[in-house]
Design a protein around this ligand. Sequence first.
Ligand SMILES: Nc1nc2c(c(=O)[nH]1)N[C@H]1C(S)=C(S)[C@@H](COP(=O)(O)O)O[C@H]1N2
Ligand SMILES: [Mo]
Length: 399
Amino acid sequence: MASILSLGLGVLFTIEIVTGYLSYVAYAPTIGANDVAGGGPDEVLFGWTWFTEPAWLYGLNQSLHVLAGVAAIPILAAKLWVVMPKFYAWPPARSVADVLERGTYALLIGSSIFLVFTGLFNIAYWYPWSFGFVQAHFYAAWVFLGAFLGHLVIKFPVMRRAFRERGVLRPLREDLAATEPEPYDEDTSAPLEPDPPTISRRGLVGVVGGASAVMVGLIAGQSIGGWTRSTALLAPRGQDPAFPLSQGFQVNQTAAKAQITPDLVGDDWRLAVVGRERLELTRQELLAMPQHTEDIPIQCVEGWVSWQTWTGVRLRDLARMAGVTDPDELFVESVQPAGAFDDVVLRGSRATDPQSLLALKVNGEELSLDHGYPARIMIPASPGVHQTKWVGRLTWRPS
Ligand SMILES: Nc1nc2c(c(=O)[nH]1)N[C@H]1C(S)=C(S)[C@@H](COP(=O)(O)O)O[C@H]1N2
Ligand SMILES: [Mo]
C-alpha cells in the first residue's frame, strides 16, 4: 500500500519539482526588483531565461504545478496513515542509520505538508498572519528536494522489492474477503499484530484517487477557462464577491487594493520613457502611435489563466523612441504607491518581442481602472507578476 501510494506521490512530486523550478526560472527572480528569493546568479539555468512563445507556456506550467499539488493532498494524507505505525515504533532510535532515516522523514513530511498548504493558502488568499509566501515556499522547496532525494535513495529498493514480489496491480484485484495483511517486516510499515482489514486495498486506492480527482475537478476550471471557470469552486478568483469582474473578466489586484487614486492616473498622468533620451508621453500621444492587437493570457502563479485581446503600442517601438535600438533590459515602474508587484525587470525577448505591448485597451474598450488604466504591460508566456498595471515609467538599458 505504501509503495502504490508512493508511486502516485512520486510522480506528482516530480511534476512539482520540475514545474516549481521552471516557475522560478520564469520569474527570473534574481534580477533587480524581481529578486524575491534572495540573491544568486544573475542568469538562472545556464543563461537561459524564459521564452515568449508559445503564449500559454507559463499558464501550462503553473496549472500543472497547482493541479498536481492539489491532487497530492489526499494521497499524502493516506500515505501518512499507512506508514503511521512507523511514527511510534519503539525504541525511537535503534541505530545511527535509523536516526538518519527518521530525520529525512521529519524533513520530508514537514516540508511537503508546509509546501502543499502554503501553496493552497496562497491561491485562496488566506493567511491569518502576514507571510512572505515566495520566500517561504522557495526555501522549503529546497529542504523538500533534499529530503525527497534522500528518501528515494533509502526507500526505492523497498518499493522495487514490493512490486517484484507482489506485483503493482495484483494486490488491487483482491476484494475485502481476500484481503490479507502484509507479513511483518522491520523494513516496511506492516504491523506485527494487524487488526482484520476493514477496507480492501483497491477500496483505499479508489477513495484516495476519487478524492484527488474531485479536488482537481473543483479547481481545473480556473486554468481551462470558458464556461468551466464557473465549476472551479475551490478557486476564489471571479467567484468570490471580494474578486469582482471588470469588463467581463476577473481582477486579481483591484485599483482600490493597490491604492490607486484618480489623481495618480488622471489627466496629469504621463508615461516617462527613459533610454538614451528621456521623454514624457500623454495617453493621447500613445494612442496616436501605431497600435497592435494581440491575444495574450494573464497567467498567474496561482494557476489561473485569463485570455483577452489587448491593444496598444509595442514596447520595442517605445525603446526606439527613447533612442535605444539595442535594448537589453526594461525596468517597469507603476504609479502604485507600494506593493510587491509595483515594478518589474523584463529581459531579452520579453521586452523586445513584437507581441510585447504597453496595452491601452482590452477587447476593444479602454482599460478599466481595475485592469490597469491608463496603461498596462502585456507580454506573452510570462507570469502575471510581469504584467504590471498602472504603468508610470519605462527605463531601457541598452546592451
Ligand atoms: N501595479 C501592479 N501590477 C500588477 C499587480 C500588482 O499587484 N500591481 N499584480 C500582478 C499579478 S500577480 C497578476 S497575476 C496580474 C493580475 O492581473 P489582474 O489584477 O488584472 O487580474 O497583474 C499583475 N500586475
Ligand atoms: Mo499573480
